[in-house]
Design a protein around this ligand. Structure first.
Ligand code: TYD
Length: 207
């Protein structure tokens, strides 16, 4: 793997998509090849699974949910992310395996280690190298959220558990995670994100 795989993570309403878009545009302006993806989804199979997972009227049991997210992710790794990294591209994703650890592992109570174990076989070494964790308190995040999907419609207690778990995952893995307070205005948050990315890689001189 010669490319770089960057994931934006956080609860609802932290601005992940906007910041992933800004980073993608910045890297492209620096002449980099960038694959921008989102989870769940990103492939035809993944988008179909996304429909099942997020349909507000749908019924999906906790383990079915965890396995469907893992299936969509395995497809994305096989079809797009793995090949892109092998060809030296940058990959910027809106959510990753860490969402499953936080939402299904902790939020649904399936166990972080158990959910990690069902994801690993489908991913191999296709694993985010840098995770930008955007934090905001759960109540603020829910107010900022635009349209609630089936999982996003869970209440403040669920979002708080998920947010706390993201922070625990970050504390346990400080070489992979950076934590950015997403409560200030977008420009301030973006500057922080860029500082972290540029602190890790010299973007302008790197091929
Ligand atoms: P999305 O439309 O991407 O929402 P957001 O703007 O919040 O990122 O929907 C993703 C939803 O699925 C969101 O509620 C979080 C949830 N999710 C999981 O529960 N587990 C996962 O592994 C992933 C990738 C997402």
């Amino acid at each position: 793997m010669t490319g770089h795989y960057i994931a934006f993570e956080g609860i609802e309403g932290t601005g992940k998509s906007t910041l992933a878009g800004l980073l993608t545009a910045h890297l492209e302006a620096m002449g980099k090849d960038v694959l921008r993806v989102r989870e769940p989804g990103g492939t035809e199979t993944g988008e179909r699974i996304r429909g099942v997972l997020l349909d507000p009227g749908g019924s999906v049991s906790p383990w079915s949910e965890a396995l469907l997210f893992a299936a969509a992710r395995a497809q994305l790794a096989h079809e797009l992310v793995g090949p892109a990294l092998e060809s030296g591209s940058w990959v910027v994703t809106d959510r990753s395996v860490y969402s499953s650890l936080a939402y299904q592992g902790a939020g649904r109570g399936l166990g972080v280690a158990e959910v990690r174990a069902v994801n690993e076989p489908g991913l191999g070494d296709v694993w985010p190298e840098l995770v930008v964790l955007l934090t905001v308190d759960a109540a603020t995040g829910l107010v900022r959220q635009e349209d609630a999907d089936r999982i996003g419609a869970e209440g403040v207690a669920f979002q708080t558990t998920v947010g706390d778990t993201f922070e625990e995952l970050a504390l346990a893995d400080p070489d992979r995670f950076v934590v950015v307070d997403a409560s200030p205005d977008l420009d301030t948050v973006w500057k922080q994100v860029l500082q972290h990315v540029e602190g890790r890689w010299v973007i302008s001189s790197e091929m």
